[in-house]
Design a protein around this ligand. Structure first.
Ligand code: ADP
Ligand code: MG
Length: 529
C-alpha cells in the first residue's frame, strides 16, 4: 500500500505522492489540486466535505465547519477560542475535558473529528487518483504547533484510518520540496503565511540535500483569517454608520460578509480597487423591515492600512527567529514565501524590505507543503534518502515549588531529544511529591501549556531527608512529548498523568469506526445521475 503526504491546512488541504522519481500533487475528486478544509452537515445528517461543503457556508452557516484548525488542541478558556467564536457562525462549546469543541446537529464534535472528516475525504480522493488503497501518510502541522495541537492532529489521522508515519513542520516540508540550486550550502528562510497560522523557519540546506532546521518561530493565530476580519470590521462599521445596525450580529449576514471580504481581499492582490457588493436583501432592518444592500468600495491602500499591524507582527517574528538562530539578515541566502496570504503585494514588500533581498514566491505556494510531505513519506518508506533534522520551538520544563520554570529541554533544541534532570524536594521528610511539566517560553509557568504531572507517593527520602526524583522527558521526531519520573530512594518509576486533553484511544477507535461505516454506506448508495 502507498504512503502519501498531506498538508492539512486551515483553509485548504492538499495531497501529494512520490512516484516515478518525482512528486505529483493529486487532484481531488473534482479535479482541483486543493480541497477546502470545510465540512457541512445538512439537516438530514448528510455530511459533505470539501468544495461542495464550502459552497454551503451561506446556506448552512451554523453547521458548516471551517477553519477548525484554529481550535484544534485548545482549551475552551483559551482567549483565542473567543476570537474564533466572534468570527464563526457555528457554535463553540466546552467539552467535558475542557477542550473547545463544536456544536454539531446532535452531538459536540471535537476539532480532531472534523479534521478527520477532511483527511478521510483527501484520502478517498487520493485513492481514486492513484487507483489503489492508501493506509499511511505524513501529515504537516505549523512549526509553532504545541504538544496538544500535534497530538490532536495525530488523533485526526488515526480517526481517518491513516497510519501517521510522521508529523512534520510545514515550513520544513516546503524547504524539502524546493528545487534549490544546491551547489553550495544555503541558509533559507521560509515565511509561511496561510489562512490561520504564521511560521518562520530558518534552515540550512546543504549540497547533498541534507536539511537542518536552525530555528522556528511563529504564531498559531495569525493568518489570512485575521486579514479578513480586519476588512469585515471596517465594512461593518461603515454599515452601522449608515443604517444603525451591526451586520455581524446576524449569523447569515456575517457569513456572507466574511466570504465577500475574503474575495475582495484576494482581488486587491491584483487590482487597485474593488467593491464589496451584497445586493438586497442583504439585511432587513428597522420596524418597517426595510430590505437593504451592502455596497462598500475598497481600495488596496485601505486594505493595506487595515492589515499593517498584522504584517508588522510577522516581521517582528522574523526578527526574533534571526536572533534565536544567531544570524544577521545578510547571512540569509534565500527567502521563500509559502501560503496563500503571501500573494498580497504588501506582504511581499514587507518581507523584501526586512530581508533586503529578492524573495521567491514558492512555485505553488498552496501545494508546496504537501509536496514536501510526499518527499518525507517516500523517505520513510525507503524509496528515497533524505537527511532531516528539525527543532522544537518551545522550551520544555518543570514547574518548581517556587513557581519558576526549570528548563529540561530548551527552545530550538534539535529533535528527537531526551533529557533527564534530578530534582529534590524542598520540605524535609516529604512522602508525596507532584512534578508538573509545562511547555512554553514564559517565565511564569502558569502561562505555559500544562502537559502532565507526576503524583509520586510513598517516596523515600535519602539520608539527609531529601527526596531525589529523576525526571526524564522525550520529544520524538513528531515533536510530541512523553515523560517519566523515578524516585531514587524507592526506585519506583511513575508515568505521566497527561494534562493536555485530547481524545482517549477508545474515543478515537469509536470515531474511526463511525467514519468507516459512513464511508461504506456512502459507497453502497446508488449513484445519482
Ligand atoms: P492554509 O495553509 O491555511 O490552508 P493557504 O496557504 O491555502 O492556507 O492560504 C489561504 C489564505 O490565503 C486565505 O486566507 C486566503 O484568503 C489567502 N489568499 C489566497 N489567495 C490570495 C490572494 N490572491 N491574495 C491574498 N490572499 C490570498
Ligand atoms: Mg498552509
Amino acid at each position: 500500500m502507498t504512503a502519501i503526504g498531506i498538508d492539512l491546512g486551515t483553509t485548504n488541504s492538499c495531497a501529494a505522492v512520490w512516484r516515478g522519481g518525482r512528486v505529483d500533487v493529486l487532484k481531488d475528486a473534482e479535479g482541483y489540486p486543493v480541497t477546502p478544509s470545510v465540512v457541512s452537515v445538512r439537516e438530514n445528517g448528510e455530511t459533505i466535505v470539501g468544495r461542495r461543503a464550502a459552497r454551503e457556508l451561506e446556506i448552512n452557516p451554523l453547521h458548516c465547519y471551517r477553519a477548525v484548525k484554529r481550535l484544534i488542541g485548545r482549551r475552551f478558556t483559551d482567549p483565542q477560542v473567543k476570537l474564533t467564536q466572534e468570527t464563526s457562525a457555528f457554535e463553540i462549546q466546552p467539552a467535558e475535558n475542557g477542550e473547545a469543541w463544536i456544536q454539531g446537529r446532535d452531538q459536540l464534535l471535537s476539532p480532531s473529528h472534523i479534521s478527520a472528516m477532511v483527511l478521510a475525504r483527501v484520502k478517498a480522493s487520493a485513492e481514486l487518483a492513484l487507483g489503489k488503497k492508501i493506509d499511511k501518510a505524513v501529515i504537516t502541522v505549523p512549526a509553532f504547533f504545541n504538544d496538544a495541537q500535534r497530538k490532536a492532529t495525530l488523533a485526526a489521522g488515526e480517526i481517518a484510518g491513516l497510519r501517521v508515519l510522521r508529523i512534520i513542520n510545514e515550513p520544513t516540508a516546503a524547504a524539502m520540496a524546493l528545487e534549490l540550486d544546491r551547489e553550495s550550502p544555503q541558509i533559507v528562510a521560509v515565511y509561511d503565511l496561510g489562512g490561520g497560522t504564521f511560521d518562520l523557519s530558518i534552515l540550512r540546506v546543504d549540497a547533498e540535500g541534507e536539511i537542518d532546521v536552525l530555528c522556528s518561530n511563529g504564531d498559531t493565530f495569525l493568518g489570512g483569517e485575521d486579514f479578513d476580519r480586519a476588512l469585515v470590521d471596517h465594512v461593518a462599521e461603515a454599515f452601522i454608520a449608515e443604517h444603525g445596525v451591526d451586520p455581524r450580529g446576524d449569523v447569515l449576514a456575517r457569513a456572507r460578509l466574511k466570504l465577500a471580504a475574503e474575495e475582495a481581499k484576494c482581488e486587491l492582490s491584483e487590482a487597485e480597487q474593488t467593491r464589496i457588493l451584497l445586493p438586497k436583501p442583504f439585511m432587513v432592518i428597522g420596524v418597517e423591515r426595510e430590505p437593504v444592500a451592502l455596497d462598500a468600495p475598497l481600495t488596496r491602500a485601505t486594505l493595506e492600512q487595515l492589515t499593517a499591524p498584522l504584517i508588522a507582527r510577522t516581521i517582528e517574528i522574523c526578527a526574533l527567529a534571526l536572533e534565536d538562530a544567531g544570524l544577521s539578515v545578510g547571512e540569509i541566502d534565500r527567502v521563500v514565501l509559502v501560503g496563500g496570504q503571501t500573494r498580497m503585494p504588501a506582504v511581499q514588500a514587507a518581507v523584501k524590505s526586512f530581508f533586503g533581498r529578492a524573495t521567491m514566491l514558492a512555485p505553488d505556494p498552496d501545494q508546496i507543503v504537501a509536496r514536501g510531505a510526499a518527499v518525507m513519506a517516500a523517505a520513510l518508506t525507503g524509496q528515497l534518502a533524505v537527511e532531516l533534522s528539525d527543532v522544537t520551538p518551545f522550551a520544555l520544563g518543570v514547574q518548581s515549588a517556587r513557581d519558576e520554570m526549570i528548563n529540561l529541554i530548551p527552545a530550538q533544541h534539535k529533535i528527537p531529544a531526551r533529557k533527564t534532570v534530578a530534582f529534590t524536594t524542598v520540605v524535609p521528610d516529604q512522602d508525596a511529591v507532584t512534578v508538573r511539566l509545562r511547555q512554553g517560553g514564559s517565565e511564569d509557568p502558569r502561562d505555559n501549556l500544562a502537559l502532565g504531572r507526576f503524583d509520586l507517593d510513598g517516596v523515600r527520602p535519602g539520608r539527609d531527608g531529601r527526596v531525589i526524583i529523576d525526571v526524564t522527558a522525550d520529544i520524538d521526531a513528531d515533536g510530541v512529548m512523553t515523560a517519566s519520573a523515578r524516585d531514587r530512594g524507592s526506585g519506583r518509576v511513575q508515568n505521566l498523568t497527561v494534562e493536555t486533553m485530547g481524545l482517549s484511544p477508545r474515543a478515537i477507535e469509536r470515531l474511526a469506526k463511525q467514519l468507516r461505516t459512513r464511508a461504506r454506506e456512502a459507497a453502497e448508495e446508488t449513484p445519482r445521475l
